[in-house]
Design a protein around this ligand. Structure first.
Ligand code: TRP
Length: 335
């Protein structure tokens, strides 16, 4: 049986945090170990340009995200791990798909609609600050997905619509030019925790409430101490289900450890003590990877080499498929 192809991209605009780790990186690395799958994971640096025009930040983030995945044990012999911009077939396919994508479909994209709504609210022109990059973002994403004939695309809820648009565009291309692409399916894992941040809202770079993944021990301790709690004293029973400390605990703990911590909350564990134990637990899971991460950052050429190897592997898929697409649309040598 052919392996199921799993593909997902990570936009290179920030520094990975605990929420990214628990919600995306850890499950992706686990899925890549399943021999029934062939996983494609890539750094979406072309996508980064849509929302970040700071070149140093795009570059730094690309390096940090690559180092993070490698440090956490992504086995590059088993997966195809690459940087989007190293695959020239992607932007080329993107153009062909642009010529098949209905403008009306793009009008309905959430990210674009949100920008328009914000402009209307502010009394601005509806197109104020809207680039063609933002507008056609879903087409680039469709190219990413269709280029590798991905069957499954693990994403957050906000990205489901984009995967559906990729299906739509694929169907239209296939209908017109013959069968080239499989229909991808978004997979949203409800079991995976959406981590809360320091202030109790969803941990997200845009809220400025994150705990970066690879802090020094001292900084990690400091961040964990900043997690918002209530004023209950030691000895007073505490509600685990409304506590960010407990919620993060649960994302790192074994079942037994979770049961024990729930009991400790009922028994009135002090916030300081709960945070101390949380630090030990998180630090224990990350300490070794942190060392590898720092080694990689000290030797960026090793990261680049991995990405070049990944690009070569990725292009062994993208190059023949693009050649086929070119031919099908009528782009071929004369004579
Ligand atoms: N747009 C995705 C995000 O912001 C990242 C991404 C780019 C992606 N290309 C993709 C995800 C292809 C899945 C498949 O999260």
């Amino acid at each position: 049986m052919a392996k199921s192809r799993i593909l997902t991209g990570i936009t290179t605009t920030g520094t990975p945090h605990l929420g990214n780790y628990v919600g995306a990186i850890r499950p992706a690395i686990a899925a890549s170990q399943n021999q029934d799958n062939l996983s494609f994971y890539f750094l979406a640096d072309f996508h980064a340009l849509i929302k970040c025009q700071d070149p140093e930040q795009v570059h730094q983030s690309t390096m940090e995200i690559a180092a993070t995945w490698l440090a956490l044990g992504l086995d590059t012999d088993n997966v195809v791990f690459y940087r989007q911009s190293d695959i020239p077939e992607i932007p080329e396919l993107c153009w062909m798909l642009n010529c098949m994508a209905a403008k009306g479909l793009m009008n309905r994209a959430h990210a674009y609609k949100a920008a328009v709504a914000a402009n209307q609210e502010a009394g601005e022109d509806t197109d104020y600050g809207v680039t063609m990059g933002l507008y056609s973002y879903p087409v680039l994403m469709a190219a990413d997905i269709l280029m590798f004939n991905a069957n499954k695309v693990p994403v957050g809820k906000d990205q489901i619509q984009h995967v559906e648009m990729a299906r739509d565009i694929a169907a239209r291309f296939n209908h017109h030019y013959g069968q080239h692409f499989v229909a991808p399916e978004a997979v949203v894992d409800d079991k995976v925790a959406v981590l809360q941040g320091l202030d109790g809202r969803k941990m997200s770079k845009s809220y400025g409430n994150t705990i970066p993944l690879f802090l020094t021990e001292k900084q990690l301790k400091k961040h964990i101490n900043k997690i918002k709690t209530n004023l209950l004293e030691p000895g007073e029973p505490k509600d685990p289900d409304s506590s960010t400390v407990f919620q993060i605990w649960q994302a790192f703990a074994s079942e037994q450890q979770t049961v024990d911590m729930r009991q400790a909350f009922a028994d009135g564990i002090a916030w300081g003590e709960a945070k101390k134990q949380l630090f030990e637990l998180v630090n224990g899971e990350l300490a070794e990877a942190r060392e590898r991460y720092n080694e990689l950052l000290a030797n960026p050429a090793a990261i680049e080499e991995k990405l070049q190897q990944g690009a070569e592997k990725a292009r062994s898929f993208s190059s023949p498929l693009l050649a086929k697409c070119r031919k099908s649309v009528g782009i071929r040598p004369i004579g």
